[in-house]
Design a protein around this ligand. Structure first.
Ligand code: NI
Length: 179
């Protein structure tokens, strides 16, 4: 007999969905229930092989993100859990990465963003932090903070490309309902 799993897998919301377009609410109380939810978010992210996950993506409109920018197989994980993250500085210099999103299955797009950002956040132990991020980490942070502001990578693209992608996801969701 194996032990019951410590964490619950959460259901990831696929676009289009109103919860992905909403501006999420700030967290005012950090307690065990919230910490458990953030652990569930992290395990859901790892199981889905993502590098970041924001609470709206699991249907919870709150300002919480989890990330782990380490992508190499076998490398030590670097999980981060952030409450009320906020970008307080952006570099002038841009950077382009190909981005995907767990709410947009099999969709990838090159997105230009500031190359470095400074992010202020609170950790699950209620400690405040500031982090200067560059490279892939800066992109992941901006992508996830976009999510809690109701912004998807689709919103960084042309209207034509966005509309085409949304039609594809609507069709995908309809097919899932039928099954
Ligand atoms: Ni995403």
């Amino acid at each position: 007999m194996s032990n019951p799993p410590q964490e619950n897998k959460l259901r990831i919301i696929i676009a289009p969905d109103p919860v992905l377009k909403a501006v999420a609410q700030p967290i005012t109380t950090i307690d065990d229930k919230l910490r458990k939810f953030m652990d569930d978010m992290l395990s859901t992210m790892y199981e889905s092989r993502g590098v970041g996950l924001a609470a709206p993506q699991v249907g919870v409109s709150q300002r919480i993100i989890v990330i782990d920018p380490v992508r190499e197989d076998g490398a030590a994980p670097q999980p981060m859990q952030m409450i009320n993250p906020e970008i307080i500085w952006r570099s002038e210099e841009p950077n382009v990465f190909e981005e995907g999103c767990l709410s947009l299955p099999d969709f990838y797009a090159e997105i230009e963003r500031p190359a470095s950002v400074r992010v202020k956040y609170t950790d699950p132990q209620n400690q405040g932090h500031e982090l200067l991020a560059e490279g892939f980490l800066a992109t992941v942070l901006q992508h996830e903070i976009d999510h809690i502001n109701g912004i998807l990578i689709l919103d960084h693209l042309s209207k034509l490309r966005r509309d085409t992608a949304i039609r594809k996801f609507k069709k995908l969701k309809k097919e899932e309902e039928v099954l």
